[in-house]
Design a protein around this ligand. Structure first.
Ligand SMILES: Cc1cc2nc3c(=O)[nH]c(=O)nc-3n(C[C@H](O)[C@H](O)[C@H](O)COP(=O)(O)OP(=O)(O)OC[C@H]3O[C@@H](n4cnc5c(N)ncnc54)[C@H](O)[C@@H]3O)c2cc1C
Length: 325
């Protein structure tokens, strides 16, 4: 039997861990539209600041994800994060929250995990796949610049469900399942400040506010010596209600909320930038751990199959690796 040629779209955790599971039994090519790997576990640089502006941390409940993390923990590439976490609300004093399971971060920044996994894998970055074309028994991929890639025996998408839905043909058997998935947005405001932040906690869950989460990014393990940086994330509900609005206007609203909540706002000379994530979390997952059309040789996986968490991205990829012929 000849070695199957497989295209994997997306080099976030799902795509990269799937590639590791398949690399001995397939000829792989990965395509990533961003300039680097990591997807929603990425890190934004604004010298001298750094921001983990997507996933903030991850937990590990399933034995297989715990086993995946074990060598990474031993190597110090992933470490437990034990910040002082508080609950904040406008009219209440902050109160301490307890975490009842380990919360992990990659070091020295979140995107390091994906960068480590990508070593030795055939990842073409800055290549956005725009269309698939059937050629005989195989698939040819067209990217946004008009170049073609392939043919491939299988195409696997790890892009968010709505993007996979657009890429894959209407006759793909799991199109109805993709259509049911609902992902939610998030605005992330990144603040790099010259002055020390005037509070004693490192992370906060916010109640009754457009803001959902604050993290003192440079206080995460492995970031010692980095300039003072704060990550402010909106709630998914607020982001969805404002998803098509002007990003600078949303930044202004979120900064006003931050000031109302903490009494602090960045100074004029501080760095402030905002990223809009259209697909951050998952409100309605696919309800299947991965999706596969054996007749067309198309498949899809990603966190949205199971639920919007880092661990779910890994578990979905492992489920697909086990199901692929
Ligand atoms: C703001 C935010 C906060 C979060 N907080 C947490 C948290 O605290 N804890 C937690 O566990 N999870 C959190 N998550 C969710 C977590 O980041 C995801 O569950 C996980 O990273 C998903 O990995 P993935 O590989 O499935 O998808 P992704 O990381 O989205 O990877 C998909 C990749 O496909 C690429 N792609 C898409 N379309 C194309 C195309 N046409 N051609 C080429 N490439 C393409 C994308 O660029 C992307 O790199 C958060 C996410 C966000 C955005």
């Amino acid at each position: 039997m000849t070695t199957p040629r497989i295209a994997i779209i997306g080099a976030g955790l799902a795509g990269l861990s799937l590639a590791h599971a398949l690399k001995e039994r397939a000829e792989l090519q990965m395509f990533e539209k961003a300039r680097g790997v990591s997807g929603r576990m990425s890190t934004r640089y604004a010298d001298p600041y750094q921001f983990d502006h997507g996933a903030q941390y991850f937990t590990a409940r399933h034995p297989s994800f715990q086993a995946f993390l074990k060598p990474l923990l031993a190597a110090g590439l992933v470490v437990e994060w034990t910040p002082k976490v508080v609950t904040l609300a406008k009219w209440e004093a902050p109160y301490k929250r307890d975490w009842f399971e380990p919360h992990y971060v990659a070091t020295p920044r979140m995107n390091r995990l994906a960068q480590h996994l990508a070593e030795g894998l055939p990842v073409a970055v800055s290549v956005e796949i725009a269309a698939l074309e059937r050629q005989g028994e195989g698939w040819v991929l067209h990217d946004k610049t008009g170049s073609t890639h392939g043919p491939f025996d299988w195409v696997i998408s790890t892009a968010p469900a709505a993007q996979t839905q657009k890429l894959f043909p209407a006759e793909c058997t799991f199109q109805p399942t993709l259509a049911q998935v609902q992902m939610t947005g998030c605005y992330t405001v990144m603040i790099g400040t010259h002055a020390p932040l005037p509070w004693h906690w490192q992370a906060a869950v916010v109640k009754d506010s457009p803001l959902g989460w604050l993290a003192v990014n440079h206080s995460k393990p492995g970031r010692e010596g980095l300039a003072s940086s704060l990550v402010v994330q909106s709630t998914d509900v607020w982001a969805e209600a404002h998803i098509d609005e002007d990003v600078p206007a949303m930044q202004t609203l979120l900064l006003e909320e931050l000031e109302a909540l903490t009494g602090w706002r960045p100074a004029a000379e501080d760095h402030v930038a905002t990223h809009r994530w259209r697909y951050a979390g998952t409100a309605t997952p696919a309800g299947e751990d991965c999706l596969l059309d054996a007749s067309l040789r198309l498949a899809a996986c990603g966190d949205w199959s199971i639920g919007g968490r880092v661990e779910a991205a890994y578990l979905s990829a492992m489920a697909l690796a086990a199901k692929l012929p």
